[in-house]
Design a protein around this ligand. Structure first.
Ligand code: MCA
Ligand code: AMP
Length: 516
């Protein structure tokens, strides 16, 4: 049996391949209609192009391109060719991309035409044999080269344990780690969510998904795309999220998935009302905590109760509020129950079990849990318990009914608009800035991004620091979403008796910085 994830997705395509699979809502020539046959043929041509390169099996294909349907086709092509997809956030700067390429050693790199000159030099220097381009106007060498290949392709044989993708997730100390996800990890999670969220078959009226998230992370690439593909459901495809435009299309759809910022932005738009969302079946939120106030405001404005779920790059989805009434209520401020087949437990710092309602570290085990960090066996071992539960770094509790609530994180992590920012990384850059004696990077509440990155700097004696200059310098070095939205200069950082910076004190002092 071929466990290649692509086979399962392809088997779910509707019988009539000439119906619309994806309808673009923005971008060149929108609305463009891509049929299921288009997805099949184009991904076959790209897979044949990859096959023509004679790559070693399971080569990494690193991709940093703007969102487009063609980029999704490339993902499908990498799956069916048996290679390993490695998506990169388009916000990453050249220095960051250099690290990922050096670490993952991809055989193929695909970037935007505009970045080719800069990034191909980096890739070739690191030993990457092939660099293609893919633009957001259906242009670039990838499509040109693929056009010369056959549109027939047999998916390469893969076992469930073989790697399908590597997703880089930053470490609390040191550089990013590549989470290795297998075909089996991804398929098991997609099948579980298909049943748990009640995806409707065509006979049952079918579902239509509004896809408005980036496709370089678990949420947009796996949870959303796999959900629709594995159900043979049409997608309304936004390359960029726009609140008003999304609200205008709710009437044509049944399912929407977003990070909390997408919901707060839609709530801020007057066109959102019960009529605009009347035909919708399900709104799902995740990737960052959804405030109770957003949950309640959404119900008041639209009559729909958002279903919040919880996951990680290393595990894909772990818990979810119920979809079916028989599973109980969707409770705001909680992330629901362990998904079927997945074990979730709470442990204290010594690894001892906690009772219902007690707060501790969240640990998880199941077919969804990744195979380890790319070329970091020690790091991988550190993150697993002796009985092979993965330590998420999230802090929470489970009540007597099994409902999970996340109350914080033991990892020093900021989630801004659904993107993860590791303070240690930003502090590393700030500490290099001339005149900085030390820095502390914290997340504080922000009305749009949920949390915003704030830097607190201490100047070297006799130096007068110019906060804005530090921001400008960072902008060329690290992805924009990591750049502090505010830089504060203080005389001293608060410390505990051990001399450790008390970030909780800083967070508390500055919690109203962005109050409405
Ligand atoms: C953009 N900016 C940001 C962010 N996004 N700053 C902080 N945090 C962000 N998330 C910067 C821009 O570079 C710009 O900076 C300024 O903020 C304003 O940009 P704006 O035009 O408002 O931003 P946008 O282009 O509208 O993007 C906002 C967004 C986007 C749509 C919320 O961030 C987004 O798509 N987020 C979703 C991320 C996601 O999919 N996460 C899933 C991770 P300047 O003005 O300086 O140029 S998967 C995951 O976490 C797990 C596993 C899970 O459970 O799902
Ligand atoms: P990532 O590294 O992008 O995989 O982000 C995973 C992290 O996002 C988790 O460890 C959580 O801290 C956070 N996260 C995801 N979903 C939720 C949620 N619904 N509520 C709170 N935090 C979440």
């Amino acid at each position: 049996m071929n466990d290649n994830l692509f086979v399962a997705l392809r088997n779910a395509f509707p019988v009539d391949l000439d119906t619309t699979a994806i309808e673009t809502a923005d971008g060149p020539g929108a609305p463009r209609h891509y049929t299921w046959r288009d997805l099949d043929r184009a991904s076959a041509m790209m897979a044949n192009l990859l096959a023509s390169l004679d790559l070693p099996p399971a080569s990494r294909v690193a991709v940093q391109v703007d969102k487009s349907v063609e980029a999704l086709m490339l993902y499908l092509a990498v799956l069916r060719s048996g290679h390993v997809f490695l998506p990169l956030n388009t916000a990453y700067q050249a220095g960051e991309v250099e690290y990922f390429i050096g670490n993952a050693e991809p055989a193929v790199f695909v970037c935007t035409p505009g970045q080719f000159a800069k990034l191909s030099t980096i890739a070739f220097k690191a030993g990457t044999g092939h660099v293609f381009t893919l633009g957001d106007t259906i242009d670039g060498s990838l499509l040109e080269r693929a056009a010369a290949h056959s549109d027939q392709h047999t998916p390469v044989h893969r076992h469930a344990d073989d790697l399908a993708a590597i997703l880089y997730t930053s470490g609390t100390t040191g550089r990013s780690k590549g989470a290795m996800l297998s075909h089996g990890n991804l398929l098991s999670n997609a099948l579980t969510l298909k049943a748990y969220w009640g995806w409707r078959s065509a006979a049952d009226g079918g579902d239509v998904l509004i896809h408005a998230l980036p496709i370089f992370h678990v949420h947009g690439l796996f949870v959303a795309s796999h959900g629709a593909l594995l159900n043979g459901s049409r997608m309304i495809w936004f390359n960029r999220f726009d609140a008003k435009a999304t609200i205008a299309r709710l009437q044509d759809a049944t399912v929407f998935m977003g990070v909390p910022t997408l919901y707060t932005r839609m709530l801020a738009d007057a066109s959102l009302n019960p009529a605009s969302a009347a035909g919708m079946r399900l709104f799902i939120s995740g990737s960052a905590p959804l405030l109770k106030e957003t949950h309640d405001a959404w119900r008041e404005r639209t009559g729909h109760t958002i279903l919040e779920r919880y996951g990680m790059s290393e595990t894909t989805m772990i818990t979810s509020n119920p979809y079916f009434a028989a599973g109980g209520e969707r409770v705001g401020g909680t992330v629901g129950f362990a998904l079927p087949g997945i074990q979730v437990r709470i442990r204290d710092e010594k690894g001892d079990p906690m009772r219902a309602g007690e707060i501790g570290g969240i640990e998880v085990k199941g077919p969804n849990v990744f195979k380890g960090y790319w070329r970091m066996p020690e790091k991988t071992a550190e993150e697993f318990t002796t009985d092979l539960f993965f330590k998420t770094g999230d802090v929470g509790k489970i009540d007597e009914t099994g409902r999970v609530t996340i109350v914080g994180r033991s990892k020093d992590l900021i989630i801004s608009g659904g993107y993860n920012v590791y303070p240690a990384e930003v502090e590393g850059y700030l500490n290099e800035w001339p005149g900085v004696a030390e820095s502390a990077v914290i997340g504080v509440p922000h009305p749009d991004f949920g949390e915003a990155v704030v830097a607190v700097l201490v100047a070297k004696p006799g130096v007068s620091l110019e906060p804005q200059a530090a921001v400008e310098a960072l902008k060329g070095q690290i992805a924009n979403f990591k750049v502090p939205k505010r830089v504060l200069v203080v005389a001293d950082l608060p410390r505990n008796a051990m001399g450790k910076v008390q970030k909780n004190v800083l967070r508390d002092t500055h919690r109203h910085l962005f109050s409405r």
